[in-house]
Design a protein around this ligand. Structure first.
Ligand code: HEC
Ligand code: HEC
Ligand code: HEC
Ligand code: HEC
Ligand code: HEC
Ligand code: HEC
Length: 414
């Protein structure tokens, strides 16, 4: 009886392991079906940007939609094809994987795309390539518009300060206790008779400040403190990279907003194609510059850099200026298109800047203050009519962003 039970157990276990190994193999086979050919990867990258998958997806890290890295391990390629073509149809048809995804991300829905299977496969090739060969420099944005994760995570500074303060308090307490013990011991020893002259001398020795300061222990401690302080400052400096007000790094090409957006009045949207439709504003790719510079100022050395970039296919490594930490979610189209907020309110007079400078502090307080004080742009937006009516019944002040939940943590934090 017992033997039979054991056999059944072993058999079940073997079966489970087999299933596991088998399913694992299958998913690797999926990944291997995604091409690694450079031409296909380049085509995929183009499609990824052109169809603005990048406005909702990162390869690594969540955005509006899930990270795409490894999606060819999670799903069948056929599933991915029909998903990209019409995700809502799959959800409506009750596909279990599609329904689970939708439940996690709704109400964000994915746009249906009129793409061929091999175009979608090319996008997967690009995703696989980025996943397997991540870009080295995380602090630059490329014309492709993918976002490097915001630099710097780890122990928050406020915790570090608290820990350091607590340590100092403990050390001081220990010093006081030691001093008291020394005092008590000295008194006790002085009262004792049977104690040698030599020991007495030590007990009665006067404390010499000069000798103390010159002692190797003290010099060691002071040196250590100085080095530690210097290190802390360096780390603090690294911590604020990209979130500094007034940050205006030198760019690889002397591109001037004053000239393009100011004198020539080129619309911001012409280059920053994402501002009205997506989360990111996007940094223009070389192609957009070439619309004009294939014939304008062709012999300028700065413009020659554009030709070199186009020839090599390498995106220009513009230094990223504005960069919120990963924990915060900011969406351009919500502010520019829906909210009707001007670029200049947040970015300053860009059209007068020779070199772009970070105008706003980009802190949480800055976001919140504006949400408290800005009334909603509800004109001509049917969605708000009923809400405004309700609001006006209960309040004399105009409806502002805070009233529609603009102060809720989850609206801005993943
Ligand atoms: C408007 C935003 C948006 C755009 C643009 C977009 N997606 Fe999505 N995508 C989503 C959301 C949101 C989901 C999660 C499911 C849902 O809520 O519909 C998703 C899910 C997916 C999934 C399934 C991921 C998984 O973990 O199974 C794939 C694959 C995908 N998208 C590919 C693409 C591709 C390729 C493009 C460009 C051709 C694209 N998406 C463009 C929003 C978007
Ligand atoms: C001809 C194309 C073009 C136009 C038009 C243009 N920009 Fe830019 N913008 C760029 C490029 C290229 C960069 C990256 C290099 C730089 O920072 O100067 C950039 C950078 C920026 C940045 C900083 C991005 C970062 O890294 O954080 C902001 C903000 C910005 N632009 C806002 C605007 C606004 C507002 C307008 C309209 C008044 C505008 N731009 C018009 C091409 C353009
Ligand atoms: C809509 C047309 C247009 C677009 C798009 C455009 N530019 Fe320009 N650009 C101009 C004009 C016009 C000039 C001024 C030419 C002159 O001074 O004669 C200029 C001048 C320049 C100069 C100064 C060259 C010099 O040596 O004086 C640089 C650098 C430059 N552009 C870079 C860029 C970059 C980078 C992009 C893409 C992000 C871009 N431009 C996109 C029209 C454009
Ligand atoms: C309500 C404030 C606000 C308004 C309005 C706004 N931006 Fe931004 N912008 C930001 C913030 C915040 C970031 C940093 C986003 C991040 O790091 O995720 C940013 C980043 C950018 C960037 C860097 C690339 C990116 O997408 O992260 C560009 C370019 C840019 N903005 C251009 C524009 C243009 C052009 C307009 C007007 C059409 C505009 N912005 C309007 C707040 C704003
Ligand atoms: C200059 C004013 C201003 C600043 C600064 C600003 N916002 Fe907003 N924000 C608005 C307005 C106006 C709306 C309402 C748009 C609408 O009608 O849906 C809004 C809406 C939002 C919403 C949607 C709220 C909801 O309930 O639907 C989020 C999320 C958001 N902002 C995030 C941010 C973050 C994150 C920052 C800082 C990095 C920021 N905002 C800075 C003006 C601002
Ligand atoms: C309107 C948008 C918005 C809302 C609402 C919001 N936050 Fe934030 N929060 C931000 C932004 C942007 C940052 C990043 C600021 C920075 O880098 O200095 C941030 C940073 C933080 C941080 C990290 C602080 C640090 O020093 O790194 C914490 C913790 C935080 N928020 C908690 C909350 C909590 C809790 C709530 C709800 C009571 C909330 N936030 C609501 C936009 C928001």
């Amino acid at each position: 009886m017992v033997a039979r039970k054991t056999i059944v157990r072993y058999a079940t276990a073997c079966l489970l392991v087999c299933c596991f190994v088998f399913s694992g193999q299958q998913s690797f086979a999926q990944r291997d079906a995604v091409p690694t050919d450079e031409a296909i990867i380049a085509e995929g990258e183009k499609l990824f940007n052109e169809y603005q998958c990048n406005s909702c997806h990162n390869v690594v890290g969540k955005k509006v939609g899930p990270a795409l890295a490894g999606v060819y391990d999670r799903r069948d390629l056929d599933w991915i094809y029909s998903w990209v073509k019409n995700s809502q149809a799959m959800i409506a048809a009750g596909d279990p994987q599609a329904t689970a995804l939708w439940n996690e991300y709704k109400p964000s829905a994915m746009t249906p795309y009129d793409l061929e299977n091999d175009q979608i496969l090319a996008i997967m090739a690009y995703v696989r390539n980025v996943e397997e060969n991540p870009p080295a420099d995380k602090n630059t944005v490329t014309g492709g518009g993918e976002e490097g994760p915001a630099g710097g995570s780890g122990v928050p500074e406020s915790y570090l300060n608290i820990i350091v303060a607590a340590l100092i308090v403990v050390l001081v307490l220990i010093l006081i206790v030691l001093a008291i013990i020394i005092g008590v011991l000295k008194k006790y020893l002085q009262d004792k008779e049977n104690i040698s002259e030599e020991d007495k001398e030590i007990v009665n020795e006067k404390f010499s400040l000069v000798a103390f300061v010159k002692s190797p222990t003290v010099i060691g401690i002071v040196t250590f403190l100085v080095i530690a302080l210097a290190a802390k400052n360096v780390i603090d400096g690294l911590y604020t990279i990209g979130v500094q007000q007034g940050y205006a790094p030198k760019q690889p090409i002397a591109f001037s907003h004053k000239l393009h957006a100011g004198e020539y009045e080129i619309a911001c949207q012409y280059c920053h194609t994402g501002v009205e439709i997506g989360k990111s504003a996007n940094i223009p790719s070389v192609n957009i510059c070439m619309n004009c510079h294939s014939s304008i100022k062709t012999d300028s050395p700065e413009i020659q850099k554009l030709y070199a970039a186009q020839e090599s296919g390498e995106p220009i490594e513009w230094v990223r200026i504005h960069n919120l930490p990963d924990l915060a979610y900011f969406n351009h189209s919500q502010h520019v298109k829906v909210g009707g907020v001007e670029c200049q309110t947040c970015h300053g007079e860009i059209q007068e800047m020779e070199v772009v400078k970070q105008h706003a502090p980009l802190t949480m307080g800055w976001c919140i203050d504006c949400h408290r004080n800005t009334s909603l742009n509800t004109q001509g937006n049917g969605y708000y009519d009923r809400l405004v009516e309700l609001h006006n019944q209960n309040s004399a002040t105009p409806m502002n962003v805070a009233d529609i939940g603009g102060l809720e943590c989850a609206k801005c934090h993943y």
